[in-house]
Design a protein around this ligand. Structure first.
Ligand code: IVH
Length: 760
């Protein structure tokens, strides 16, 4: 069995390398998944065989609160830049003068436009990864780098210590897909792939980093013990043999003439790489010349960067159209007079959102500079304002959805405008596609073309309609269009029906993601799923209401804070009142925050007290969107359909499931005089999943002290460090979950402290 584990790990590593590094896979997804699942199952059954080097352990560990600092030895240098061929020739002359008796050649490589980083392997195992930082000290980003599948966790026949250095980057396609996701979630898109990469590496939660399309290429070594390389070329070959991705294009050049030709060749190839390159790097090949050539304070004297000018083109916007995405987000697009840019003809450029248009003051009829920001759709860099004729028109986002005529809204806290009609045809196709996508229910035979056909023929208007389709109906479906050719869906029909049946048993996180709620991506769905027992517990979820309440209270605390710089109290009396209010709110924050901590959904920021601050795993916008969805007519109808279909996904079993009851696992002791009999409070605590004890013990979470409380219980609580709260704080805990004990259609109206924004 242990042999099998070792075999599977090696086999998966080999396939990872073939797929991610060498781009020549030997097996398909399904076979790979089978190996992976078998390994996961064996590791689950035998926790004693766990190993951090296992391919299953790329994404793991709790989110960090901050990055550790790492000192680089030797420091990570940057490169001196040259902007002309003349300057490159001077580089050659300089070396000739320094080393009159030597003969050397050069290596030319692309300058990858990403974020520099370093990897340290100790006895062949990845021990550490760090950003360049200021060159001397960087951030420890090991957890994030481990999620990049082209970075090996172990390397064969490794020297004792091997530090490799290179660049983390995103491909243009990966970046475009990420930005589409960001825009659909109503978030500000990233400016370019480098920004997106840097932002991804700064994620404290490795699961966030894992969801980003990060890649890595290695082109240098730092500290090495137990290996030696004569030339740069030899070093690159050894890195490749160890399983690292190295620059995909390299030229060995015997002299500066050959270098200049290579630089030109690379420039013509510049746009054929799947990622951005912003120049060429010219390096002396012989490593034994590095020491005699030495370095300046920042850069080695044996290498130079040659920067290519970013390409831009001037053209005119003749119209602005609006696209509607899966979640109803409206994206304005500039329709351009066609122009040649970076090797292709450009006729459209994304304008992202209304803010972006206003910021750049882009008008219809404007002459604009277009750049390729790494996106497949290029971006408008700036307006050539000097060329305005006066006839340009300011663009306004439409008040009605261009696809369905439904209402368009701008949600608080989002940059995006959205069509809020969930029955919008633009969203129907996308909703079906999303529902069937890999991270959702993974109904493989159901792709875009099938979704379009089903919607166009009225066979499925919402994803759950799929469950009403018969094999015969699906078999007869003609998929495709006149251009691509029509074909019968045929035997794929059975596959879809089987996959849908199998999907009934998928866990809660997959179903929640499949539901297609704005702001609820894979990670958020996983986090929410961990705190709920099943799908129906999501409707009216007290836990999500607490997340929202915590945010509201934070704002209230800031507002009344007597030490506020923006709004200082004007009188002593006001100061005192506000101090009291502030303390009260801070207490409530602590109680709600701690209860979220208790259920594994939040962590307290150390050292914060007034108010205590929490890092909550579910963003407030996601919590609001989920509550809003399940409170909407569409959401209600959806839940009813799920019920009728007998589908109630349960929380994933991988990790401990916290009950959805807000006080689950919390033990209370009541003392002193309360405003109602203690038994009334005890009943409410128990209805919310908590327990009430008679005496304070080390298991007691809260001692609720009423008026004239005193004596043994208080003393005991103080000795044990048990938290002592008052009736108001208890009410805060109970208040946000009033409806829990009366769940069902007769539940009290949701007054969980959040304003109900009608989205659906
Ligand atoms: S060599 C000591 N090679 O460009 C020399 N750098 O300003 C180490 N870069 O910080 C760098 N592609 O982030 C080298 N093929 C390549 C590169 C490359 C991109 C980046 C790197 C460096 C910056 C130079």
């Amino acid at each position: 069995m242990l042999d099998r584990v070792a075999f599977l790990r090696n086999e998966i590593r080999r396939h990872d390398r073939l797929y991610y590094v060498e781009a020549r896979p030997e097996i398909g997804d399904a076979d790979y998944d089978a190996l992976y699942r078998e390994l996961e199952a064996l590791e689950r059954a035998h926790p004693e065989w766990a190993s951090p080097d296992s391919p299953t352990q790329r994404v793991g560990g709790a989110p960090l609160t901050a990055f550790r600092q790492v000192r680089h030895a030797p420091p990570m240098m940057s490169l001196d830049k040259t902007h002309s061929k003349g300057e490159l020739a001077e580089f050659d002359t300089f070396i000739r003068r320094q080393l009159p008796d030597e003969v050397w050649d050069y290596v030319v490589e692309p300058k990858v436009d990403g974020v520099a980083f370093a990897l340290v392997y100790e006895r062949g195992a990845l021990a550490r990864a760090a950003t360049r930082g200021n060159g001397e000290v960087g951030d420890d980003i090991t957890a994030n780098i481990r999620t990049i599948r082209s970075v090996p966790l172990v390397i064969p026949d490794a020297p004792e210590v091997l530090e490799v250095r290179g660049e983390v980057y995103m491909t243009r396609d990966g970046f475009a897909a990420l930005n589409r996701r960001e825009e659909e979630a109503g978030r500000e898109p990233f400016m370019n792939p480098r920004n997106a990469t840097a932002g991804s590496l700064k994620q404290l939660d490795p699961r966030e980093a894992a969801a980003r399309p990060l890649e890595a290429v290695l082109y240098a070594v730092g500290a090495v013990k137990g290996a030696d390389f004569q030339t740069h070329g030899e070093m690159l070959a050894r890195l490749a043999a160890w399983g690292f991705r190295t620059p995909p294009w390299q030229r060995l050049c015997v002299d500066m003439r050959a270098v200049l030709a290579a630089v030109d060749e690379l420039q013509t190839l510049r746009h054929s790489f799947p990622f951005e390159i912003d120049g060429a790097v010219v390096k002396v090949n012989r490593r034994d010349l590095y020491a005699p050539l030495g370095s300046t304070a920042k850069s080695p004297r044996w290498a130079r960067a040659y920067k290519y000018e970013p390409e831009r083109a001037l053209t005119r916007i003749h119209a602005v159209t609006v696209q509607v995405g899966r979640t109803g987000v409206l994206t304005p697009v500039a329709e351009l007079d066609p122009v040649l840019l970076a090797g292709s003809e450009i006729a459209r450029a994304t304008l992202h959102n209304a803010d972006e248009i206003a910021r750049k003051d882009i008008r219809i009829g404007d002459k604009v500079w277009v750049v390729k920001a790494g996106d497949v759709i290029p971006a408008i860099e700036s307006v050539a304002a000097g060329q305005r004729t006066g006839g340009e028109q300011v663009f306004a986002m439409p008040a009605a959805c261009p696809v369905c005529g439904g209402e368009v809204m701008r949600i608080a806290g989002e940059v995006a405008h959205r069509c809020v009609n969930p029955a919008c045809p633009a969203q129907l196709v996308n909703r079906l596609e999303h529902f069937a996508s890999r991270n959702a229910l993974d109904i493989r035979a159901l792709g875009e073309a099938v979704a379009e056909t089903l919607v166009a023929q009225g066979k499925a208007r919402t994803p759950l309609d799929l469950y009403a389709l018969t094999v015969a109906q699906l078999e007869a479906l003609m998929v495709g269009d006149a251009q691509t050719g029509l074909r019968k869906f045929g035997k794929n029909a059975q596959t879809v029906v089987d996959a849908l049946e199998a999907a009934r048993d998928l866990p809660l996180d997959r179903w929640l993601f499949a539901t297609g709620i704005p702001n609820v991506g894979v990670t958020v769905a996983e986090n929410i799923a961990l705190a709920h027992a099943d799908y129906f517990a999501l409707t009216d979820s007290p836990t999500l209401q607490q997340v929202v309440r915590l945010e509201t209270l934070g704002e209230e605390a800031r507002h009344v804070n007597p030490r506020s710089r923006d709004r200082p109290p004007r009188t002593e009396e006001e100061r005192r009142t506000r101090q009291e209010q502030h303390l009260h709110i801070c207490g409530e924050i602590g109680v709600i925050g701690d209860s979220l901590v208790e259920r594994g959904l939040a962590r307290k920021k150390p050292g914060t007290a007034l108010p205590p601050e929490y890092i909550v795993d579910v963003k407030v916008e996601s919590a609001k969107a989920t509550l809003r969805f399940f409170a909407s007519d569409y959401g209600n109808a959806w839940v009813e359909r799920m019920r009728a279909l007998g589908i109630n996904p349960r929380a994933p079993q991988r990790r401990a499931i916290a009950s959805d009851a807000p006080l689950a696992g919390l033990t209370f002791v009541l003392t002193g005089t309360l405003s109602q009999p203690r038994s009334a409070f005890a009943e409410r605590i128990e209805a919310a999943g908590g327990a009430v004890q008679d005496a304070v013990s080390k298991n007691t979470r809260y001692l609720v002290a009423g008026a004239d409380a005193g004596g043994t219980k208080l003393n005991k609580a103080q000795n044990l460090g048990t938290e002592i709260i008052g009736e108001t704080q208890l009410e805060a805990l109970l208040g946000v979950q009033k409806s829990v004990s009366v769940a069902g259609p007769t539940a009290e109206p949701k007054t969980g402290g959040y304003r109900q924004e009608e989205l659906f």
